[in-house]
Design a protein around this ligand. Sequence first.
Ligand code: GCO
Ligand code: MG
Length: 406
Amino acid sequence: MPPPLRIRSARVIVTSPGRNFVTLKIETDQGVYGVGDGTLNGRETAVVAYLEGHVIPALIGRDARSIEDIWQYLYRGAYWRRGPVTMRAIAAVDMALWDIKAKALGVPLYDLLGGPSRDGVLVYGHANGADVEETADEVARYLEAGYKAVRAQTGVPGVAKPYGVSRDKDFYEPAEGELPVETIWSTPAYLRQAPKLFEALRLRFGDEPELLHDVHHRLTPNEAAQLGKSLEPYRLFWMEDPTPAENQEGFAHIRRHTTTPIAVGEVFNSLWDAKELIQSQSIDYLRATVLGCGGITHLRRIADFAAIWQVRTGCHGATDLSPITTACALHFDTWVPNFGIQEYMRHTAATDAVFPHAYSFADGRLHPGDAPGHGADIDEAEAAKHPYVPRQLPVARLTDGTMWNW
Ligand code: GCO
Ligand code: MG
């Protein structure tokens, strides 16, 4: 047995280079350290409290090589299981431990997971605009930049601040304001608008580019079934989060009525959120992430389970997942046999400066790089220049004032 790599210290670093990130840095007695992401958009300080109060004290002195045992200790041992805060805290530890192990062995993380299954990770970018024409121009910009897959979101007539339409064309960040900003939602107006967007995109760009769309939990199962049907002629790669997934049977209803592929799961925390959706073959892609689902240790278990029903991965990759999560996701995606696609919302230059990383984009794909570990780090001096700024995600109301799903 090689000598243990004792955890000497663990610290949380909160930084806000344009948006907030929670990072855990674990140091060992042999000088090797690892970093993990624990960011939870709008609820960052809850994860910080969980890590500092309940996780870090229990880590000191443990052997950093015992990734599985530490995962089980933090999950089973806590008695209070699951939930976004707990599972992000566990994810931060898990990412840092995989980083340490791979660095100690001098190999890129994907090598430890079983080696590469593909040459580069297909990603989709985010095009959005105030109307159909502006969105189409943005899709053109992504295709010119080499993207093979693009998510398209557009403004809805009569709906101020619709989901997915950004203030800044290059970077999308919905969190603003110390209290949630109130937005308005109209399902009938949206159901009229969405097919017009994809009709225009297919007319302009032809059949080849993969097109994706995020419904962001706004519809009932039957409205989602209507949307899926109306989008069938435009052959989407996927329709994402058509309805909230607490009621997993709702997806079986959507499935019965449309062949438009369905993706769900960016808010999932474990296999138990997805089990029936997968087993009933109600979905095509699972959006669970290393960040949301307790790290690589649990996500690869979910992916193996999903593979039995031919459900593929499509990891969440919005800007509220730090470059450390992006790096881990890319190592995971490079290995996972049932890979589908990876979301890629670019981070700002300020964020990239705080989190130097080995991954790079070329020809519509991201490449994890061959640096030992997951290849992402935190520049603490740079991070210290950006103190925490409280910001929250918006809320949504229907046109009559009724609270709705944002
Ligand atoms: C996506 C997501 C995000 C979320 C964000 C919330 O598909 O990328 O829906 O944009 O809204 O992660 O913090
Ligand atoms: Mg989404």
